[in-house]
Design a protein around this ligand. Structure first.
Ligand code: NDP
Length: 455
């Protein structure tokens, strides 16, 4: 079997390589996990919560090492990698503090005498995870699943195998049963067989629509619960009366954080034609100031993209859109030389039908579309196969709330940056997937809500 290569995106050079698990190793992992889960399900909730607190402590203690690993494997600026580890520790603490109450037995009002609902674990949850937030995407799914009494098996993206193994280390020696959390190092063509294994009871995937459809198909064939978080093409609507300082400031972070490789990034800027020129000028000025360079330097705001092929795909989307009439008002594109850098770009005159409007744009490119008032903004916001997030910028709060109510998405914000929050459910509609992560909804995805009717 060819080893998995970890390539440093800032240099394009191979940093490490990892051997794939053999079929015998996969079998041993699943056997160990089943035993571990049978033991773990009998831990009291407060004991499970205590283990999650220790995971949070491990993450905090080793934050610098883990952050450097994230940056080395997928290229995000070191400050963002550190922030990612902090968020991971926080999500563990959040579920340790609040999860036990969320899982408490319930007696619904008016239920028959003696009936109550208890929340039992399902077994082994398989997670197929992407490279863009290599710690956060995993822990936001793993923390609630583990607290609920499940085991967690993570098949990570090959380019971040080092992070995947580091996560296994961070979750070991914390008092959970041995082998409860494992990294699975296999190619994607071997995932379906793991989904079908009777010991695996549910699947969670974060990634592209293509990957989600493939894994959901395998889960469907095996009649297993599946949660899909598949990214989006989030509209960022700027109405004529918006506070432009705030809108532009937020737009830069919302689009260019993590070099634009974020599912909940603002991806389509729909701006009222009365203010579109001013918005474009201010956005172009602010984006032009973002410092691109070595992601290990603390002042860097834009690191390389994660992989060479992702940069090529982005470039194709941009060139395809320019051919169809979009204008590049901030000159960007692939930077020749070492690494997978892509200079941030702003496109104006973007219309439906262009690749940057129709497809998920996963990189440092902002696309501005001029719209004729709130009605057209809403129509274009919903004119996408995706439905993950959206934001609306206006001083008319009643209008903002009305638009928010009519946007087809899982998360909509008015005059504030959209980001996931452990306290609130996160997920999408349409091709952005189904099911929820985070909040109480995320915790209840991987439980058997069992009804007990006792005399
Ligand atoms: P993928 O969706 O292909 O990868 C995500 C995960 O799914 C990886 O672990 C991958 O493993 C796995 N996977 C892919 N196909 C299958 C399959 N058929 N069976 C089982 N597992 C599978 O993303 P890419 O890295 O190729 O990125 C491509 C595009 O996807 C991006 O440009 C972006 O648009 C979107 N994306 C969105 C994300 C989000 O958070 N919204 C995250 C990542 C990507 P392997 O790499 O081995 O195939």
């Amino acid at each position: 079997m060819t080893p998995f290569k970890s390539i440093n995106p800032a240099t394009g050079r191979e940093a490490t390589s990892f051997e794939e698990h053999t079929p015998a190793q996969v079998e041993a992992i699943l056997a160990d996990m089943r035993n571990a889960q049978r033991c773990w399900r009998n831990f009291r909730l407060d004991e499970r919560a205590e283990c999650l607190r220790r995971v949070a402590d491990n993450l905090a203690e080793r934050a610098q090492d883990y952050a450097r690993l994230i940056t080395a494997e997928m290229g995000k600026p070191i400050g963002e990698s550190l922030a990612e580890i902090t968020r991971c520790a926080n999500v563990c603490r959040f579920y340790a503090d609040h999860g036990p109450a969320m899982l408490a037995p319930e007696t619904p009002e008016g239920a028959p005498q003696g009936a109550r609902i208890v929340h039992e674990p399902l077994g082994i949850v398989l997670a197929v995870m992407p490279w863009n937030f290599p710690f956060w995407q995993v822990l936001r799914a793993a923390a609630p699943a583990l607290l609920a009494g499940n085991a967690f098996l993570c098949k990570h993206a090959p380019s971040v195998t080092g992070c995947s193994l580091a996560l296994e280390e961070a979750l070991s020696g914390v008092g959970m049963s041995d082998g409860l959390y494992r990294a699975l190092v296999v190619r994607d063509e071997r995932v379906a067989a793991v989904v079908e294994d009777p010991r695996v009871r549910a699947v969670s995937l974060t990634g592209s629509r293509r990957a989600g459809a493939a894994v959901a198909e395998a889960a469907g064939r095996a009649v297993k619960k599946c949660v899909l978080e598949l990214g989006g093409s989030d509209p960022f609507i700027v109405l004529a009366d918006a506070d432009l300082d705030l809108a532009v400031h937020t737009a830069v972070g919302a689009r260019f954080y993590n070099a634009g490789q974020t599912c909940i990034s603002a991806k389509r800027f729909l701006v009222d034609r009365q203010v579109v020129r001013e918005f474009e000028e201010r956005l172009t000025r602010s984006v032009g100031l973002l410092k691109m360079g070595d992601p290990l330097r603390p002042e860097t705001r834009i690191g390389p993209m994660a992989r060479a092929d992702l940069r090529e795909a982005l470039d194709r989307q941009v060139r395809g859109s320019l051919d169809m009439g979009a204008r590049m008002i901030l000159e960007g594109g692939p930077v020749p030389g070492e690494g997978f850098f892509y200079r941030p770009a702003v496109l104006a005159g973007v219309r439906p039908g262009m690749p940057v409007f129709e497809e998920e744009v996963f990189g440092p490119v902002a696309s501005v579309t001029s719209v004729d008032g709130p009605g057209e903004a809403l129509r274009l916001a919903n004119q996408t196969r995706y439905g993950l997030g959206a934001s609306v910028w206006t001083r008319d709060l009643a209008l903002g709330a009305k638009l928010a109510g009519n946007i087809e998405a899982g998360n909509v914000a008015v005059n504030t940056l959209l980001k996931s929050d452990p306290r609130l459910p996160f997920g999408g509609v349409k091709d952005s997937g189904y099911g929820r992560e985070l909040g109480r909804s995320g915790l209840l995805e991987f439980v058997n809500a069992k009804v007990l009717r006792l005399p």
